[in-house]
Design a protein around this ligand. Structure first.
Ligand SMILES: Cc1ncc(C[n+]2csc(CCOP(=O)(O)OP(=O)(O)O)c2C)c(N)n1
Length: 368
């Protein structure tokens, strides 16, 4: 064998990169293109998955409107990403932990976080970060990538306690350029912990396109360097996302370690509601190409073909979502305003002497 054949890093790279093909089960038309991989979900479960995605789309629309009315604070739109978010979460079991990024409020809601809490979080109210007992989740992470390191730690804790549970986390394509991303997946691999790392590759980190983010052909292949399995899935296909996450979970609870999942998706709206204008960096053609891949449209078609979904059913879900959102925002409005002293009391059982003076100052101010 010629020395050249043994030394071909360029060939190794292209061979590895070619192996990362996007998994799809349901195509844009709602047709099954991968019969062998259709998950074993009951009719009720399929309907529930659709219900959650429709509900989540309504939450996005209403949150956008409430933000514009000045009734919500921070909000990162989610429309377009429902399959990546909801179908991955749907593969979890009771007791699993969710470590979301700022765009991942829907997974928190479906993990049991009361919607009022999510609205209070949006308003920066500390009560929005106080999760009820049993909601195994952290608050949405604002520091890009930090949740990947934390997830390795939470998953290590689950392993040490002998739990048959996983920790799942989410970041965007931009997040994969952060040091924390690599530290998280590497540590999780080294300690074989039950973690699932999801990359929601929506093509943009605010206005920076995916192509400028990394020379890697796929983001899933970053798993190789950490020695863990990685897979790229059609993030607009709820069945593919579900199957990839379920498989990752099954292996994780068997002690086989973490998985990295890259879901190819798109956010229809702006990065956040704080002034981003996507028309400055995306074309309307690109938007409409992605809208044709819409997860709700293809799943609706699939379910209608099985006689499991009707227009009336969808209307009912939409109306119910609107009612629940209305009630939750009302409850958020009725929550007492946060105060400086309230926050201080929350932090200290006994007020440290160096803060006592400030505490008294604000107590006086607040009583006026
Ligand atoms: C460590 C860090 N650097 C920069 C920022 C500012 N920032 C907020 S969102 C964002 C883009 C993230 O893009 P991506 O990871 O692709 O996620 P997406 O918003 O598309 O879901 C940046 C740079 C931050 N929050 N944290």
């Amino acid at each position: 064998m010629a020395a050249q054949d043994k030394f071909s890093p360029v060939d190794v790279l292209s061979e590895v990169e070619e192996k990362f093909e996007m998994l799809q089960i349901l195509n844009e038309k709602g047709e099954v293109v991968n019969e062998d991989l259709v998950p074993d979900l009951s009719d009720d479960e399929l309907v529930e998955l659709m219900t959650r995605m429709v509900w989540t789309r309504v939450l996005d629309e209403r949150s956008t409107a409430l933000n514009r009315q000045g009734r919500l604070g921070f909000f990162a739109p989610t429309a377009g990403q429902e399959a990546s978010q909801i179908a991955s979460h749907y593969a979890l079991s009771e007791g699993d932990y969710v470590l979301p990024g700022y765009r991942d409020v829907p997974q928190l809601i479906w993990h049991g976080l009361p919607l009022t809490k999510a609205f209070l979080f949006s308003r920066g109210h500390y009560k929005g970060n106080q999760f009820p007992e049993g909601v195994n989740a952290l608050s949405p992470q604002i520091i890009i990538g930090a949740q990947y390191v934390q997830t390795a730690g939470v998953a290590l804790g689950l392993k040490k306690r002998g739990k048959e549970n996983v920790a799942i986390t989410y970041t965007g394509d931009g997040g994969t350029s952060q040091g924390d991303f690599y530290e998280g997946i590497n540590f999780a691999g080294a300690y074989d912990v039950p973690a699932i790392f999801v990359i929601q590759n929506n093509n943009y980190a605010i206005s920076t396109p995916r192509e400028l983010q990394s020379k890697a052909k796929t983001l899933a292949q970053k798993a190789v360097a950490a020695g863990i399995p990685g897979i790229q899935v059609d993030g607009m296909d709820p069945l593919a996302v579900y199957v990839a996450t379920k498989d990752a979970r099954d292996r994780a609870v068997k002690g086989e370690g973490p998985t990295l999942i890259e879901a190819l998706t798109y956010r229809y709206g702006p990065h956040t509601m704080a002034g981003d204008d996507p028309t400055r960096y995306r074309t309307s053609d690109e938007d409409s190409d992605w809208e044709k891949k819409d997860p709700l449209v293809r799943f609706r078609t699939y379910l209608e073909g099985k006689d499991l979904w009707t227009k009336e059913q969808e209307e009912e879900v939409i109306e119910k979502a609107k009612e629940e959102i209305k009630a939750a925002i009302k409850e958020a409005d009725a929550t007492e305003k946060q105060t400086v002293t309230g926050l201080m009391e929350l932090m200290y059982d006994e007020m440290p002497s160096n803060l006592q003076e400030q505490y008294e100052y604000y107590k006086g101010k607040e009583s006026k």
